[in-house]
Design a protein around this ligand. Structure first.
Ligand code: G1P
Length: 598
């Protein structure tokens, strides 16, 4: 039994494996692979010393933890994703906890509120699922909506609601209403688009990814997550176009949602420059869906739907790029927030310079920052957020005092938790954004420093793992309980080692730095894809940098594998080709050659 158990776990943690010249790193990553599994099994309460979590799973963590699972075992994820979409409410808010038995709960402590970032994660994870598996029809599967007494995005209580209504949204005729997964994603992203504050960016509501920014629900705005919503809107436009290529040229969505798809023919377009006009429209929608829905659906063509979404992306992206770009002396970076007085949070404030890492990450990740802005952000981050003593990038600069108009995060001592710690999750998302923007050197420095800090056990005082954060004394805190492990696996596999899906096809697009290769110029990665176990060896004998090399040749046991070059970088290998192989273990040798030669 012991042998069986050992074998089982070694297999689980070895499903995704990295072969860098640093064997300590390779081993450390097997522990990091294990972390998302622990959190999946035990929820946010794995070890007794944790001061929060009762075993439930929080909404955003639930979705992000699936990222790692999607990479090691994509096919097994579908039922869970479909199930979890049932936690979305028709007003765009959602159940925040999913209990052990899979039931949805408005809130663990009965203080329902709406976290404004919650709507972004399902789309992010679902799109990745489709990329890894090619299962695009997943979007058209129907699912119920969550309905409880909370209405108006948790601002009102429907006293008429009773348990006998049940926890599924119904039509006026009291039949359970179902909409496609795509419709659920539209509900979440469209409501966010219209839910703006006075600066015409998305309202903070209860808080965003940073749980500690919880005191700006009236006038607060999160520019950071506005950028993410913009990215989602653009990606949704892309995916509906991809659906059209699969023969689905018309979609059926809840009639009420037509109010938020204001650019459809015959619709009443909202002036996007007016925050008031947007919130009025959202108000009308929320009013309409506050009880039941009509159950009627309207047909929408691909072109019209994609056009509407792109218009919305353009509106948000342009605003973030221009309005939120702040200069402070010779430095420049993005403002990430407005506080409850409606005041801009970041930039120079008297003698202080206020800046958050979160505010920088998402405009970069979403492709909203232009190239010059990316470079200036990297410079400012290094200048203001680097921990001078222990290394690593902090979540924010020292604001110097509590911030009752922003949130309780600032009541932690500076360097602790969400107030300026080196918070692994955000650092990895920053690195991820940098790789997306082809800044591999800066990206590597960001995540590699976390690894160096973690394994320096004299200072970090932890066993092998990626902790939630490193405090002001360089100590690793909250081992195992953290979404950052999932994100690190995701970052390394899909960006650094560059193996990822694209609507089911395999993309090979490494951005490994010379230091990631051994003396013979080789680096390796193992992962499951399309039902095959791929063991990829990259060969870079000339120690070229990512901006200097391209994939020159791919071979499987000496036989060349055909590929197509992608416009955005990297190459694509047809899924059908991998599926057609008679063996399940597929060694691939990928030669990296100089761009000029290629
Ligand atoms: C934790 C929470 C997560 C929250 C984050 C920042 O993150 O689990 O929901 O977004 O703090 O407040 P984690 O430890 O997973 O990195």
């Amino acid at each position: 039994s012991l042998e069986f158990t050992k074998k089982h776990w070694l297999k689980q943690i070895g499903r995704v494996a990295f072969r860098s010249p640093d064997t300590r790193f390779n081993n450390w990553m097997t522990w990091v692979n294990f972390q998302p599994m622990l959190r999946r099994f035990y929820g946010n309460s794995f070890l007794p010393q944790f001061d929060y979590g009762r075993g439930g799973r929080g909404w955003r963590d639930l979705w992000q933890d699936r990222l790692a699972q999607l990479l090691s075992d994509p096919e097994s994820v579908r039922p869970a994703l479909v199930h979890n979409f049932g936690g979305v409410r028709i007003d765009g808010s959602n159940a925040t906890i999913i209990g052990k038995d899979g039931t949805f709960i408005a809130d663990r402590n009965n203080i329902p509120r709406t976290w404004m970032d919650h709507g972004i994660w399902p789309t992010h994870t679902a799109l990745m699922y489709i990329d890894q598996t090619g299962d695009i029809d997943f979007l058209l599967q129907e699912r119920e909506y969550f309905r409880d007494p909370q209405t108006f995005r948790c601002r009102r209580l429907d006293r008429g609601w009773t348990e006998s209504y049940g926890y599924a949204l119904r039509t006026h005729k009291k039949a359970v209403y179902r909409g496609t997964i795509l419709e659920h994603m539209l509900v979440q992203n469209l409501t966010a688009f219209f839910n703006v504050g006075e600066h015409n960016v998305c309202r903070m509501e209860g808080a965003d990814w940073n749980d500690g920014l919880d005191m700006a629900e009236h006038r607060g705005e999160s520019v950071a997550f506005t950028a993410f919503y913009a990215w989602n809107l653009m990606r949704l436009a892309d995916i509906v176009c991809a659906l059209a290529c699969h023969g689905h040229k018309r979609f059926y969505i809840a009639e009420e949602l037509g109010l938020l798809l204001d650019r459809l023919p015959g619709g009443k377009p909202v002036a996007y420059t007016s925050a008031r006009a947007k919130t009025q429209r959202l108000g009308r929608y929320i009013e309409r869906v506050a009880g039941d829905v009509s159950g009627r659906k309207i047909g929408v063509s691909v072109e019209d739907l994609a056009g509407d979404l792109v218009d919305k992306y353009c509106d948000l992206a342009a605003r973030v790029r221009k309005q939120e770009w702040v200069r402070a002396g010779a430095s420049a970076f993005f403002n990430g927030y407005y506080d409850d007085h409606g005041a801009r949070v970041e930039g120079r404030r008297g003698r202080d310079l206020r800046m958050t890492l979160t505010g920088q990450v998402f405009p970069l990740m979403a492709g909203i920052a232009n190239d010059e802005q990316v470079d200036r952000v990297v410079k400012s981050v290094n200048q203001y957020l680097r921990d001078p003593k222990f290394g690593g990038l902090r979540l924010n600069t020292d604001f110097g005092s509590i911030q009752p108009a922003l949130g309780r995060a600032f009541s932690f001592a500076y360097g602790e938790k969400e107030n300026g710690a080196v918070f692994s999750h955000m650092v990895i998302m920053y690195a991820y954004a940098l790789y997306l923007r082809r800044r591999a050197a800066a990206g590597r420095e960001a995540w590699h420093t976390l690894y160096e800090k973690a394994v320096d056990s004299g200072t970090s005082k932890i066993f092998p793992c990626l902790p939630e954060y490193f405090n002001g004394e360089g100590r690793g805190m909250y081992c195992y309980l953290t979404g950052s492990a999932s994100w690190l696996v995701y970052l390394l596999l899909t960006q650094v080692y560059g193996l990822r899906g694209d609507l089911g096809d395999l993309v090979i697009d490494p951005q490994l730095m010379p230091a990631d290769f051994d003396a013979a110029g080789r680096a390796g990665v193992k992962t499951d894809f399309a039902g095959r176990t791929l063991a990829v060896t990259y060969v870079n004998p000339e120690a070229l940098k990512p901006e200097q090399y391209i994939v020159g040749r791919i071979a499987c046991r000496g036989v060349p594998v055909p590929f197509e070059r992608k416009r955005t970088g990297g190459v694509r290998v047809d899924r059908a080709q991998l599926k057609a192989l008679s063996v399940t273990d597929v060694p691939l040798e990928v030669e990296l050659v100089s761009k000029q030669a290629g």
